[in-house]
Design a protein around this ligand. Structure first.
Ligand code: 5GP
Ligand code: ZN
Length: 141
C-alpha cells in the first residue's frame, strides 16, 4: 500500500523522477541526491514499510542478494574498492525518511570517513549482562 505524503513511495512508483539504476516488480534502486560518495544508491521497496521491523520477510530475502549485485556493479563500473551496506531504523539511528531503504555506498581508496564509531570498552560483566537482557527479549518474541 502506498502511503500518502511519503516521498519514497512516490519515487518508487515513478511519480517523482529519480536516477534509477535498477527496477523490478518489488523495488526501485536510485541514486541518492545527497551522496556520501560517487554512486551512493538507495534500494527502495515499492510497498511502504516504515523500517526493517515491518518489512515483508520474502522481500527482505531478496534485498541482500540485490545489494551484493549492485555493489559488484559499482566495483566494475565506478572502480570503487568496496562498498558499505547501511540501513537506518529510527530517528536515533539516523533515519530521516521513514520508508524502509538500504544504502549501498561505494568506497574508494581515498580515506573518506563515512561509517565509523569510537569503540567502547565494556568489561566482561557488562557484556554478559547486556547479552542476557537481549536474549531474554528474543525468547519472548
Ligand atoms: P536515511 O538517513 O533515512 O537513512 O537516508 C535518507 C537518504 O535519502 C539520505 O541519504 C538522503 O540524501 C536521501 N534522500 C532524501 N530525499 C531524497 C530524494 O528526494 N531523492 C533522492 N534520490 N534521495 C533522497
Ligand atoms: Zn513510503
Amino acid at each position: 500500500m502506498k502511503k500518502e505524503d511519503c516521498i519514497f513511495c512516490k519515487i518508487a512508483a515513478g511519480e517523482i523522477p529519480s536516477c534509477t539504476i535498477y527496477e523490478d516488480e518489488d523495488v526501485r534502486v536510485i541514486l541518492d541526491l545527497g551522496p556520501a560518495s560517487k554512486g551512493h544508491a538507495l534500494i527502495l521497496p515499492k510497498e511502504h514499510y516504515d523500517d526493517v521491523c515491518s518489512l515483508d520477510e520474502g522481500l527482505a530475502a531478496k534485498l541482500l542478494p540485490l545489494a551484493a549485485r549492485i555493489g559488484q556493479a559499482m566495483k566494475s563500473s565506478l572502480g570503487c574498492a568496496g562498498f558499505n551496506l547501511v540501513q537506518n531504523n529510527g530517528r536515533a539511528a539516523g533515519q530521516t525518511v521513514f520508508h524502509f531503504h538500504m544504502h549501498v555506498i561505494p568506497r574508494y581508496e581515498d580515506g573518506a570517513d563515512i561509517v565509523s564509531w569510537t569503540p567502547g570498552s565494556p568489561d566482561s560483566g557488562e557484556l554478559a549482562q547486556t547479552a542476557e537482557r537481549i536474549r531474554e527479549a528474543l525468547e519472548k518474541q
